[in-house]
Design a protein around this ligand. Structure first.
Ligand SMILES: Nc1ncnc2c1ncn2[C@@H]1O[C@H](COP(=O)(O)OP(=O)(O)OP(=O)(O)O)[C@@H](O)[C@H]1O
Ligand SMILES: O=P(O)(O)OC[C@H]1O[C@H](OP(=O)(O)OP(=O)(O)O)[C@H](O)[C@@H]1O
Ligand SMILES: O=C(O)c1cccnc1
Length: 469
C-alpha cells in the first residue's frame, strides 16, 4: 500500500548512523527491547499486533535512488551514503507471537543487529507496532463484550488519514469479523461488506423506491438503512414490504440497519415488527458512535442486535491516542547496557532476555510473566523489579517462553498466517487469562518480575554507572 523505504525513519537515526559509521562502530552488534509502559484504555491487557507487517517491510527495506539524492542534499557524507546504497537489514528478531496478550514493562520483541541497522528500523517498528497494538486491543475489548455477534469495522472515513488501512488490519487481529474498507480487505484478505448510506435513501423521492431499487440491484447480503425519516413508522414497515417482495423472487433480506436514536428501544421494537411479519431471519445491525461500553450496555438492555458497525472509536483508539511503546538499548558490542532514571520504573533492563508466562498445571495463566536472561531456561523465583521484598516462587509452575526467533540474518522465519488465524490465536490466549484481567473497571494488575540473575546484573550496572556519574 504505502511504499516503505528506509527513509521511513526519524532524522536522528541517520545522524547517529553516520557517526557510528565514521567512528568504526558500524559492526557493533546491538540488542534493543521493544516494550510499553502503560496499558491503554485503563485495561488489564493489550493484544500484540503488527508483527507480520513489520517483518515483511524490514525484510525488503532499502534506500532507493531518490532517498540517496535527498539525503545527499540534506548534508550526509558521501562515504556514508555509499554504505546506505547497499543497506539491508540483516539482523535477528525475537518476538512474542502476533495476537498474544502482552503486558507493560516486559519485552514484547527484541532486535539484534548491527547498531546502524537497529537504529534505522526503530521508528518504523514503533510506528507499526504501537498503532496496531492499540487498535487490536480496542477491537479485542469489543469482541469480549459482543460474544458471537458480528463486528464490522466502518472506520476508514474517521481514521487518522491513511492510518485507517492498518487500523482495519489490527481490528481483525483483535477479533472483528469484517470491514467496509475495500483496499484493506483486498490486500489483507478480509471479508468485506457494507450496507447503504442515508444519501441513497434521500436521493429517491421516497424511501420505499430507494429500498426497492437497492434490493433489486444488490439482493445478495442486502441491508436496508431504516432511520432516514422515521424508523418505526416508515423505515421498518417499508423494509418489511421489500423483504416480502424479495421472498416472492426467492431472495432474502439480510438485515436492517439502525443508525440513530435509542438503539436498544429501536432494536426491540423493530424486532417485534419483523417477527410479526414472519421475518425472524432478518437481522438487525446497529451503528452510531459505538464502543465497548455502549455495546456492553446495549446487550445488558437485551437489545436484539446481531451486527455492530463501529467506526470512530475503533480506528482512533479513542480515548487513548497512542500506545507508549519504546525501544531501548540492552546490549552493545557484547556489553550489557542500561539507562538510568530518577523514576525507578524507567530504568531499563540489560542483556538478551527471555520472558516466561507463568501457568498452573492446567495451563491457566496465573497473572504473571517473568523476565530472565536468554540463557535461563526456567526461573526459580521472580522478584519485583524495584521492591526488594516482593517475590514469587515459581518452582511449581509451568513456564512458557514467549519470545521466539522470528527473523534470522534479515530473513523472516514466520509462515504467513491469515488474519483469522491470528485472531483465533488471540482469542485462545485471552481465554487463558483469568477474568479479573479482562474486566473494564479496575482490572487486576498483571505481575511482571525479573529473575535473580537479571536483577543481580542490572544492580551491578546501576552501581557502575552511578559511580561514573
Ligand atoms: N439504548 C442505548 N443505550 C446506551 N447507549 C445508547 C443507546 N442508544 C444509543 N446509544 C448511544 O448513545 C450515543 C448518542 O446517541 P443519541 O441518541 O444521543 O444521538 P443520535 O442518535 O446520534 O442523534 P442523531 O439523530 O442526531 O443521529 C451514541 O453513541 C449511541 O451509540
Ligand atoms: O459512528 P461511527 O462509529 O464513527 O461509525 C461510522 C458512521 O459512519 C456512517 O455515518 P456517516 O454520517 O458518515 O454516513 P451515512 O450518510 O452513511 O450515515 C455510519 O452511518 C455510522 O454512523
Ligand atoms: O456499510 C456501511 O453501512 C457503512 C460503511 C462505512 C461507514 N458507515 C457505514
Amino acid at each position: 500500500m504505502f511504499d516503505f523505504t528506509a527513509t521511513y525513519t526519524d532524522q536522528y537515526q541517520l545522524a547517529m548512523a553516520q557517526v557510528y559509521f565514521e567512528n568504526g562502530h558500524k559492526d557493533h552488534r546491538s540488542v534493543f527491547d521493544y516494550f510499553f509502559r502503560k496499558l491503554p484504555f485503563e485495561g488489564g491487557y493489550a493484544v500484540f499486533s503488527g508483527l507480520e507487517d513489520l517483518l515483511e517491510i524490514i525484510e525488503n527495506l532499502s534506500f532507493d535512488k531518490k532517498d540517496i539524492a535527498y539525503l545527499e542534499q540534506t548534508g550526509f557524507s558521501e562515504k556514508f551514503l555509499n554504505y546506505l546504497r547497499d543497506f539491508k537489514f540483516q539482523g535477528s528478531v525475537y518476538s512474542v507471537k502476533e495476537g498474544d496478550v502482552v503486558f507493560p514493562t516486559r519485552p514484547v520483541l527484541q532486535i539484534e543487529a548491527n547498531i546502524i541497522e537497529a537504529q534505522i528500523v526503530e521508528t518504523l517498528l514503533l510506528n507499526l507496532l504501537n498503532f496496531q497494538t492499540l487498535i487490536a486491543t480496542k477491537a479485542s475489548r469489543m469482541r469480549l463484550v459482543s460474544g458471537d455477534r458480528h463486528l464490522l469495522d466502518f472506520g476508514l472515513r474517521r481514521a487518522q488519514g491513511p492510518g485507517g488501512y492498518y487500523a482495519t488490519r489490527a481490528a481483525i487481529t483483535g477479533g472483528f469479523d469484517g470491514t467496509s474498507n475495500v483496499v484493506a480487505a483486498r490486500n489483507f484478505d478480509i471479508p468485506v461488506s457494507g450496507t447503504m448510506a442515508h444519501s441513497f435513501v434521500q436521493s429517491y423521492d421516497n424511501e420505499i423506491d430507494a429500498f426497492r431499487s437497492f434490493a433489486k440491484g444488490r439482493p445478495e447480503n442486502c441491508v436496508l438503512l431504516v432511520d432516514t425519516y422515521n424508523t418505526l413508522n416508515s423505515g421498518v414497515p417499508n423494509a418489511i414490504k421489500i423483504a416480502k417482495e424479495m421472498e416472492e423472487r426467492g431472495q432474502k433480506l439480510l438485515a436492517i440497519r439502525l443508525d440513530s436514536g435509542d438503539l436498544a428501544y429501536f432494536a426491540k421494537e423493530s424486532r417485534k415488527l419483523l417477527d410479526k411479519a414472519g421475518l425472524e431471519y432478518v437481522k438487525i445491525a446497529a451503528s452510531n458512535q459505538l464502543d465497548e461500553y455502549v455495546i456492553k450496555s446495549l446487550l445488558e438492555q437485551q437489545a436484539p442486535i446481531d451486527i455492530f458497525g463501529v467506526g470512530t472509536n475503533l480506528v482512533t483508539g479513542n480515548p487513548d491516542s497512542a500506545l507508549d511503546g519504546v525501544y531501548k538499548l540492552a546490549e552493545s558490542n557484547g556489553k550489557p547496557r542500561i539507562k538510568l532514571s530518577e523514576s525507578l520504573a524507567k530504568v531499563t533492563l540489560p542483556h538478551k532476555k527471555q520472558v516466561f508466562r507463568i501457568k498452573n498445571s492446567s495451563g491457566q495463566c496465573v497473572g504473571a510473566d517473568a523476565i530472565g536472561l536468554r540463557s535461563e531456561s526456567r526461573i526459580e523465583e521472580m522478584f519485583h523489579p524495584f521492591e526488594p521484598y516482593k517475590s514469587m516462587k515459581l518452582q511449581n509452575f509451568e513456564q512458557e517462553p514467549l519470545l521466539h526467533e522470528v527473523m534470522k540474518n534479515g530473513k523472516s522465519l514466520v509462515e504467513k498466517q491469515s488474519l483469522k488465524d491470528i485472531a483465533d490465536y488471540s482469542l485462545s490466549r485471552l481465554a487463558e487469562l483469568p477474568i479479573e484481567y479482562k474486566r473494564f473497571n479496575n482490572p487486576h494488575i498483571y505481575k511482571v518480575g525479573i529473575s535473580s540473575a537479571l536483577r543481580e546484573d542490572r544492580d551491578k550496572l546501576i552501581k557502575e554507572y552511578k559511580q561514573l556519574s
